[in-house]
Write a protein that binds this ligand. Structure first.
Ligand SMILES: Cc1cc2nc3c(=O)[nH]c(=O)nc-3n(C[C@H](O)[C@H](O)[C@H](O)COP(=O)(O)OP(=O)(O)OC[C@H]3O[C@@H](n4cnc5c(N)ncnc54)[C@H](O)[C@@H]3O)c2cc1C
Length: 382
């Protein structure tokens, strides 16, 4: 009897779920065994975090269960991955060793607030689902003062998200009738709001937040955080509530098996291959250079596109076909205005001579598309 190939997917986020579903939609369980390993048993579309922040959602009504994968004959193991051993095609979790024929690493980026001295004690991590409820309570209590949204490292997930957060907070404060008593400041180490999107789009984003009296402070490289004070390399700023986007790094196992060097990510090309045969990497755990220093942004839509690319190439290989495809670099991120509309930042990372980016008008239709985007992923993947 011939052995069924085993595809092991590390991480059940955008990259892992898109890859697993794409493979399963092409090959049934008699042709290929698929296993997803994740330390948590739920998936959430990243932008729902900002809805928990502004109180229009709860955690429980924003997640899908990875346990539902069994309906599609995709095995799910809830466990922590502690070792990848390319030499014997295996991965180790806390409780077992699992062999693979193909490995897809889609473990995302790790948030590392501890890298900034004083941050954990004095500020919130805006991207940590566990802190959103507390952030919401703080935002509902503040009566006057300064709210700081501070990007503390590049690259970070979903480059427009901090600006979207500022607009949603502006909306919350307006509804409470206290907006004029509170300053909202956004700090970034970058010279413009969205470096990957270029100066024109960055100016449009800056104009949009300025129109709501939100101030963008560029080139603010964080040194550390003190009580109610951000200490930058050449400056300081006061705050009453700090919402930080902490530095992002790759998971430790990736450094341990030398797929990347700390604090970087796994370098891939448009075929998402690593230096090891039959090991692929997709999504936020990777770094895909477009034209140095521009890389593909860390966003779910790109993790999804890369996951589908790898899946199609593995299926082709299993079917002994020659057609290998490359990741197309196309995608878009939503930017909610806080006035019941959203715009879409449409990106094509591989147009010549440079990536093309388009910011659409902010409309209620785009806000509906954002809701549909989430619903579609939760229903088609789980
Ligand atoms: C506020 C916010 C708004 C966003 N808005 C958008 C948007 O509008 N559009 C968009 O495209 N993207 C958006 N994103 C970004 C998007 O969520 C990420 O880019 C996307 O989740 C990356 O997918 P991934 O598969 O690479 O990683 P992830 O989705 O992070 O999945 C990685 C998985 O690996 C698991 N894992 C990691 N290490 C281990 C381990 N050692 N053992 C076991 N499991 C492990 C994790 O638990 C996780 O489930 C947003 C993000 C945030 C925070």
């Amino acid at each position: 009897m011939t052995k069924i190939p085993h595809i092991v997917i590390l991480g059940g986020g955008f990259g892992g779920l898109s890859a697993a579903n794409e493979i399963r939609n092409s090959l049934d369980s008699s042709k290929v065994k698929i296993t997803i390993i994740d330390k948590k048993d739920w998936f959430m579309v990243g932008f729902a975090k900002l809805w928990i922040m502004n109180g229009t959602r709860t955690f429980d009504n924003s997640i899908g269960s990875l346990n539902k994968l069994s309906k599609k004959q995709i095995d799910f193991i809830k466990d922590e991955i502690i070792e990848i051993t390319p030499e014997d095609n295996s991965v180790k979790t806390k409780s077992k060793t699992i062999s693979y024929d193909f490995l897809i690493i889609s473990m995302g980026a790790v948030l590392a607030p501890e890298k900034i001295s004083g941050l954990v004690e004095n500020g919130f991590n805006l991207y940590d689902h566990d802190q959103l409820q507390k952030i919401n309570e703080k935002l509902n209590k503040i009566e006057s003062g300064k709210i700081a949204i501070a990007i503390m490292g590049m690259p970070y997930k979903c480059p427009p998200a901090p600006f979207e957060a500022s607009l949603l907070i502006d909306s919350m404060l307006r509804k409470r009738g206290i907006r004029n008593s509170i300053q909202i400041n956004v700090y970034s180490p970058a010279p413009i709001t969205l470096p990957a999107a270029g100066p024109e789009i960055s100016k449009q984003i800056n104009d949009l937040i300025n129109s709501e009296k939100i101030i963008f402070h560029n080139s603010k490289k964080i040194k550390n955080v003190k009580t109610k004070k951000l200490i930058f390399e050449n400056d300081e700023a006061d705050f009453d509530i700090l919402l930080a986007i902490p530095p992002h790094i790759a998971p430790k196992v990736v450094y341990d098996c030398k797929l990347a060097t700390e604090p970087g990510f796994i370098k891939i090309d448009r075929n998402c291959k690593t230096q090891h045969k039959n090991i692929f990497a997709v999504g936020d755990v990777t770094s895909l250079v477009v034209a140095d220093p521009v890389t593909v942004p860390k966003a779910g839509i790109f993790a999804e596109g890369e996951g589908i690319t790898v899946a199609k190439n593995i299926v082709s290989k299993l079917q002994s076909k020659e057609n290998i495809i490359s990741f197309d670099g196309k995608g878009g991120c939503f930017l909610e205005s806080g006035r019941d509309t959203a715009s879409i930042i449409d990106v094509d990372m591989f147009t010549e001579p440079k990536p093309s980016t388009l910011l659409t008008d902010s409309t209620s239709e785009n806000l509906s598309k954002k809701l549909d985007f989430e619903k579609e992923r939760l229903t088609k993947w789980l």
